[in-house]
Design a protein around this ligand. Structure first.
Ligand code: SAM
Length: 300
């Protein structure tokens, strides 16, 4: 089968199958062999690996993954792409195509069945409309994952990678960095896709930490403290935590914990590091003598 990274080959297969792009599925197919090579390289895929590809499209990156990996399982939501994938991937006996929505697929079961429960690598040119739920869903689940290498909107990649002091720093930066070490491997302009997206893109690799970089007794509480701090960016940490409907700490208690953590009463939440959020969560926990401190039932 011809290499679909070459634009003419992609055009031919789309015309042959009279394929109509569906905007609602975030369909922007890669048509640049250098970018494809760069993704495979960044993902460090070897013949030992099972790769889960999210949204294979017409199979462009799947061809590269099939050459590099032991096995590729690709999940595609658009039924119209399945006959195309059957054609473009027919020479590979190490590729399995599943039609479905990645947010509903039981990935844990897939890993048990296809890789004996051993850690997998996720590689994808993601549909941008669901980038965050896909990435957070993968990390928050108990699925064994070694790394996630994905094409995302440039601004989203930047947000995942930065620390305090940047305007891009936010809840996503902290959530990603709690689970993984981010590394931006390449910035990719719109002309590498068909059709061209309206935004710039970037390839980011998230290598999962073997143990989290901070010790936190109650991660759910820490993430709620983080959300409360960034929901009200121009407020002090003290007010942000007090005003958050999902937290039930008193004003005095919050002030005491902030002091105990060695922070100024006027500190703003967006200046705090992951270590400081973990420390705050642990201090609240200790005071309550409970692991579900400050969170209403059902949210802890
Ligand atoms: N991998 C292909 C490439 O690089 O050329 C296509 C990438 S395109 C940006 C995103 C792909 O994800 C599309 O094929 C789209 O149909 C598929 N997709 C969108 N939402 C999905 C979902 N919820 N589950 C699985 N696939 C999805």
């Amino acid at each position: 089968m011809a290499n679909l990274g070459i634009p003419q080959n992609t055009i031919e297969i789309l015309q042959k199958h009279k394929f109509m792009f569906q905007k609602k599925f975030g369909q922007n197919f890669l048509i640049d062999t250098h970018v494809l090579e760069k993704i495979i390289q960044a993902a460090e895929v070897t013949k030992e690996d099972m790769v889960l590809e999210i949204g294979p499209g017409i199979g462009t990156m799947t061809q590269y993954l099939a050459e590099a990996a032991k096995k590729v399982v690709a999940v595609e939501i658009d039924r119209n792409l399945i006959p195309i994938l059957e054609e473009t991937l027919q020479e590979y006996d190490n590729v399995k195509i599943i039609q479905g929505d990645i947010l509903k697929v039981d990935i844990q079961k897939l890993v048990e069945e296809e890789n004996d429960g051993k850690p997998i690598k996720v590689v994808a040119n993601l549909p941008y409309y669901i980038t965050t739920p896909i990435i957070m869903g993968l990390f928050e689940s108990q699925v064994p994952i070694e790394s996630v290498t994905v094409m995302v909107q440039k601004e989203v990649a930047d947000r995942m990678q930065v620390g305090p002091g940047s305007k891009d720093y936010g809840a996503l930066s902290l959530a990603v960095q709690y689970y993984a070490e981010p590394y931006i491997a390449a910035y990719v302009p719109p002309n590498c896709f068909m059709p061209r997206p309206n935004v710039g893109s970037a390839v980011i690799r998230l290598s999962r930490h073997k143990t989290p970089p901070v010790e936190v007794k109650d991660a759910a509480l820490m993430f709620q403290l983080i959300r409360a701090s960034f929901n009200q960016r121009r407020k002090t940490l003290q007010n942000g935590l007090h005003n958050d409907a999902a937290l039930s700490f008193g004003k005095e208690q919050i002030a005491e914990v902030i002091e105990e953590a060695g922070l100024s009463p006027s500190v703003r939440g967006e200046t705090l590091t992951l270590e400081q959020f973990a420390q705050l969560a642990n201090l609240f926990c200790e005071r309550q003598g409970s692991e579900n401190a400050g969170l209403p039932k059902g949210e802890a």
